[in-house]
Ligand binder design. Structure first.
Ligand code: NI
Length: 188
C-alpha cells in the first residue's frame, strides 16, 4: 500500500534486492494466489526482496503478486512516527480471523497504482493469523493504519485492488490513467 501520508522510507537493514513492481492493469494482479505449503529459502529471499522494494518505493505494504509471484505472502511496516523503530513484518498465508463492527475510512493508495488515492472504508480492527519467516504461527490484533494496510495487502492475494471498492466510473478513470502511464514507461 502507498499511503497518502508519505512514509519515511527508511530501510532497517538492506538484505534484499529491489524487484520491479507490476502496474495495474495486469492479469497477475487479478488472480487468487496459492497458499505457501513449503517455507523454502527462495520464499525467504523473496520476503527480504519485497521489504527492500517496499521501503525503497516508498510504501507501507507489498504483496507477492505485485512482484509477479503468485503465492500468499505479504510484507508491511506501517510505523510512521519519526524516530520510532521500524517494524518490518512478513506474513505467509495471512488470514483475517475476525473483524470489528466499527469501520474506518482511510485514503488508500497502492504501489501498483502509483500516485492515485481514494477513500476506502473497512473494518477498523482485525485479528490476523499468519506464519512468520521462522515458520512460527502468529496471531495479532491490528487497528489504525496497520488494520487498513493488512486488509489491503490480503486483498491483493485474492486478486482484489483498492479501486475495486470505488464506483465504476472512478475506477475506469484511474485504470485509463495507468494504461497511459504504462504506455509512457514502455516508450521511455
Ligand atoms: Ni496495493
Amino acid at each position: 500500500m502507498q499511503g497518502a501520508l508519505r512514509p519515511l522510507g527508511r530501510s532497517p537493514k538492506s538484505e534484499g534486492m529491489k524487484r520491479p513492481i507490476l502496474i495495474h492493469p495486469d492479469p497477475r494482479l487479478k488472480k487468487v494466489c496459492d497458499p505457501v505449503t513449503d517455507l523454502s529459502d527462495e520464499l525467504r529471499v523473496l520476503a527480504d526482496d519485497m521489504l527492500e522494494t517496499m521501503y525503497d518505493a516508498p510504501g507501507i505494504g507489498l504483496a507477492a503478486p505485485q512482484v509477479g509471484v503468485m503465492h500468499r505472502l505479504i510484507v508491511l511496516d506501517c510505523v510512521k512516527e519519526e524516530g520510532e523503530a521500524p517494524r518490518p513484518t512478513v506474513m505467509f498465508n495471512p488470514e483475517i480471523l475476525a473483524v470489528s463492527d466499527d469501520l474506518n475510512t482511510y485514503e488508500e493508495g497502492c504501489l501498483s497504482i502509483p500516485e492515485q488515492y481514494a477513500d476506502v472504508t473497512r473494518p477498523a480492527e482485525v485479528r490476523v493469523g499468519w506464519i512468520d519467516q521462522n515458520g512460527t504461527p502468529q496471531e495479532r490484533d491490528f487497528d489504525g493504519l496497520w488494520a487498513t494496510c493488512v486488509q489491503h495487502e490480503i486483498d491483493h492475494l485474492n486478486g482484489k485492488l483498492f479501486i475495486d471498492y470505488l464506483k465504476p466510473l472512478k475506477r475506469q478513470m484511474i485504470t485509463r490513467k495507468m494504461q497511459k502511464l504504462k504506455r509512457e514507461r514502455a516508450r521511455a
